[in-house]
Design a protein around this ligand. Structure first.
Ligand code: ADP
Ligand code: MG
Length: 398
């Protein structure tokens, strides 16, 4: 996939109507009060919106929220987003009652440069997730340029994330541009040595990432729950640890592939085990592959921490996906924290992908020490898998 895409800076938007795909899929209070519990994604969209307004564009913003499955669901209306966006931008947002219906059309037609219109939840339209060309055409007809800044949705080929680009000149906003520069840059042309740290819960959810990074990285570090499948495959005992029997053979293949390719692959040498999956479980440290019955591994051990921190010390680039342990329990967050700390001390380009990994780094207080934390969980995973992202592929090449 070509990551070198035109951006908002490469098109003239003065006096034009710009359809801007945002990721306003923000968490809402469960009580139906319409209170946004975290407005990070709205804030993240501000630089691109402000830039477009400063350039004299009229902005028609759109986004999905939740999974209304083509039905109009009042609790998934973007109205609260319009209010919050208006507060943050310090200007009134025009809210449409529909996506491409009469209200949206009339408001889009009347929109003036410097104004912002927000369309209703794109998934209120049945055609959105089917990438229906009629819906894409109707959305495109309201604007003259398409700007995509919804990185969290670029792995989906939907009408508002990809389809519209068939009918309008399509470029990226600043958020997507940053993701392409950092993740794309690290995959296509990394400063070496490239170290990939892979963890999280399951081997089966990371096959694509392991496969792809084995082609690119100099060193691969395995931690988290998936390490136990590797351990069991090599004949270790893993007690009640997370184990995917069906993926043991695959693990061995990966070890062989690493050997064949000259990639250094590191596995835990010790592990912190617990007598239950609980924050206050009894715990002790044992050698990897020697976990007694009734115990389960919930974090990497201190020797492993040393080994892994040494391995990233002289890296040029580190790509990290997947926590080293159950970081949600403070007693088992030490491995993840130590790795985050080691990354904060390196001069390497450090890139964090994956929803839980980003949350872990944030929760542990290392977010501002990383070069780049991806804003898209699923999208960043598919990116690291080397998959083509429809919402990126559809943008104009530079
Ligand atoms: P990401 O979202 O960054 O791709 P994953 O979803 O693959 O990461 O994995 C995150 C989850 O893995 C966390 O909730 C964490 O608690 C869990 N995890 C990590 N290590 C273990 C372990 N040893 N046993 C069980 N779960 C684990
Ligand atoms: Mg996850």
């Amino acid at each position: 996939m070509n990551y070198n895409k035109k951006t908002v800076k490469d098109v003239d938007v003065k006096g034009k109507k710009v359809l801007l795909r945002c990721d306003f899929n923000v968490p809402m209070a469960k009580d139906g009060s319409g209170v946004i519990t975290d407005d990070k994604r709205i804030r993240a969209a501000l630089p691109t919106i402000q830039y477009l307004l400063d350039q004299g564009a009229a902005v028609i913003a759109c986004s999905h929220m939740g999974k209304p499955k083509g039905e109009v669901k009042p609790e998934l209306s973007l109205k609260p987003v319009a209010v919050r966006l208006g507060e943050l931008l310090g200007r009134e947002i025009v809210m449409a009652a529909d996506v491409v219906g009469p209200d949206a059309q009339a408001k889009a037609a009347a929109l003036q440069p410097g104004q912002v219109l927000l369309l209703e939840n794109t998934r209120f339209e049945k055609g959105e997730t089917k990438n229906d060309p009629e819906l894409a055409k109707a959305m495109a007809a309201m604007a003259e340029v398409y700007v995509s800044d919804a990185f969290g949705a670029v792995h989906r080929a939907h009408a508002s994330t990809a389809g519209v680009a068939d009918y309008l000149p399509a470029v990226s906003g600043f958020l997507i541009q940053k993701e392409l520069d950092f993740i794309g840059g690290a995959l296509a042309n990394p400063k070496r040595p490239l170290v990939a740290i892979l963890g999280g819960s399951k081997v089966s959810s990371k096959i694509g990432v392991i496969n792809n990074l084995l082609e690119i990285a100099n060193t691969i570090i395995i931690g988290g729950g998936m390490a136990y499948t590797f351990s069991a495959a090599q004949g270790g005992t893993v007690g009640d640890s997370l184990l995917e029997e069906d993926w043991k053979d695959y693990s061995l293949e990966m070890l062989q592939k690493a050997k064949d390719k000259g990639v250094k692959l590191l596995l835990p040498v010790d592990t912190v085990i617990a007598d239950a999956f609980a924050p206050d479980a009894k715990s002790q440290v044992v050698k990897a592959g020697e976990i007694p019955d009734g115990w389960q591994g919930l974090d990497i051990g201190p020797e492993t921490v040393k080994l892994y921190c040494d391995a990233v010390a002289d890296a040029g680039t580190v790509i990290w996906n997947g926590p080293m342990g159950v970081f949600e329990f403070p007693a088992f967050a030490k491995g993840t924290e130590a790795v985050a700390e080691a990354l904060s001390r390196t001069s390497a380009i450090t890139i964090i992908g994956g929803g839980d990994s980003a949350a872990a780094v944030q929760q542990l207080g290392y977010a501002d020490k990383m070069t780049h934390i991806s804003t898209g969980g699923g999208a960043s995973l598919e990116f690291m898998e080397g998959k083509e992202l429809p919402g990126v592929a559809c943008l104009l090449d530079k």
